[in-house]
Ligand binder design. Sequence first.
Ligand SMILES: [Zn+2]
Ligand SMILES: [Zn+2]
Length: 267
Amino acid sequence: MVKVVILGSGAAPGVPCLSQGFGACDPNNEKNVRMRAGTYMEISGVRFLIDTSPDLRMQLLKNNIRAVDALFYTHVHADHLHGIDDLRELNRISGKPIDMFASLENMEVIRQRFGYLLADAQSVINPVYRAALMPHAFDYHESFFVGDLDVMPIPLAGHNLPSSGYVFNKGEVVFIADFKDINPTVLGAVKQRPELLIMPLTTPQGTRYHAGFDELMKFATEINPKRLIINHMAVECDYEDIMAACKKANLADTEAVPAYDGLTVEF
Ligand SMILES: [Zn+2]
Ligand SMILES: [Zn+2]
């Protein structure tokens, strides 16, 4: 069984944002109210988070999440990382550290910024004062298991920081984080007709460091998932507009939808 909950469907400023309010988004549609990046999944009996945004506390409260077995980071932009300290509440409940996975280069930055949160085998866990995260740095050449969950991390290209995506259970679920491009070798490894593909949009036109809607559709066509969820949307992305664009894109065998906070998919 797979369960996926989109905890936060927004880009870095959230929606509404301080400078532009709701921007192009209809303020009367509550699906346009977006917290920053966060995803919860249960696959093969493993409960895990992808990224910890500054909104993590509210995300865990709202979705009644009190335990996770693992945590995967995509990159070290603040909207994906800086809620990390909230994890100590989960440590407090479980009394145990959480296994945390990131690329070698991302782990190095996490260690510099939040070294006080990292545990080692000798650590005395005291979650009253700090979170306890057991670091596992990976390189991109091999898949690994967390419990029964098969994890293959993939490098994404063109973002302004190194960014990782994740292929779970040999392509059953594919998670793409902030990116502009996916190199052909990596793309080859994800083309397995996933049950679910999650990709970030940010703005419909794209930016120097983020793929736009047409680029997403190009990758979605190649990856050919059964379902596509479009995530990580800024104030330029009205929910109904993106829904209409998905219908217009008319992907042959893919049901494509924009995300909203709390969107839950089970199969
Ligand atoms: Zn982001
Ligand atoms: Zn980013």
